[in-house]
Design a protein around this ligand. Sequence first.
Ligand SMILES: [Zn+2]
Length: 410
Amino acid sequence: MIGEVNIARPATRRTDRWVAVFGVLTLLCGGFFTLSLTYSRAAATRSQSAERTIRATLDRQGAALLRGDRTGWLSTVEESLSGDWARLYANLRGLQVSGWLPRTRGVAGGPVWDAEVQIRVCFAAPSCARTPETYVPLGDVISARTKWTVRGDRAVLTGFEQSATDGPVPWKSETLTFATGRRVVVAAPEHLPGATPAQWLPAAERAAQVADRYALTEPKPGRYLVFLAGRPEWDTAVGTDREAAAFVDRTSESTAFAVVDATGLGADFADEILLRHELGHIATLLGTLDNGDEWAVEGMAEYIAYAGRPVSSYELILDARWHVEHTGWRGRLDLEWSTDPSERFGLYAMGFLAMRCIAQEYGEPRLLNFFTEVVRRGESPDEASRSALGAPWVAVERTCRPIIAGWVKR
Ligand SMILES: [Zn+2]
């Protein structure tokens, strides 16, 4: 320590010089730093204000959309975008839009502002609440990189580039046509060959009356949405599988589309059985996503499709017989599912017969409780059968085995 004192003075003198130089630099830099802080604080304030204006504009557009005010909807959109926005308006109104929940991110730039925009929409849903899951998954979300000019409290949309527009129902990007009934909306691409949405509507309405009886959500689905896929839409959604005739695309817990292969061989606008099956899925699955238990899911849709008709009229009864014979079936009802096309119809048929037997032996209300527990709550068939049917699963299987064997015998 003493030694250091000895050499302290000259060093201090040098240090003083450095401090002096450093001090000047610090003053300069500090000034610059303060300036740049002030500058970026001003920039942040400007971008916050721009973001608020953009958000308020999106809210106003949503209000115009929900009240059916096309002029209001287009009033904050630049002329070059009005075609795209008019189409989006028509599609959203056609699909009974009932909610519009925008959010913005990454607002930057000025005087032309960039913003990432996401808008969750709801279709025919009685409520459309903002929750942590509102923007997940993306099926009901319009996602776009946008550009805006902002003057005062007025923002005008000048750029709109959507992403995530894929999905079997191209409502975000293509012109659709609609036929609207009391319980169903039938939508189709603009130039769909063959039957029109209006021609499909009557059978869809009758199917919806039946599906409504099995709705497991309260309130019931607002309106059932049916999309008539043409060849390109079907190929995009399903690939080359022309054996399937329709499927249900659940884009969120609150939205499901029955997508029909409307130009495939055998497509028939009077096919109430097919429509009952698909709307039956919607009635029993809405509010959930990603269920397993295909035997119960498909069996229930078939059950709804054939409600009120004798088992002997069941179209796939020969497939059930084939399944029983070639697998040496011993009474299992919750059969392992297979995507093998040669097994498919037999499994649909066995699922149907399982549901039909449970309804016959235990009653339809108990069948629906059983379905709710297995499919919607993920319980095992045994847990569900004990609480919903009042019997262990082995007993249910023992009861149904001879009944089903009797239905399928030659
Ligand atoms: Zn199905």
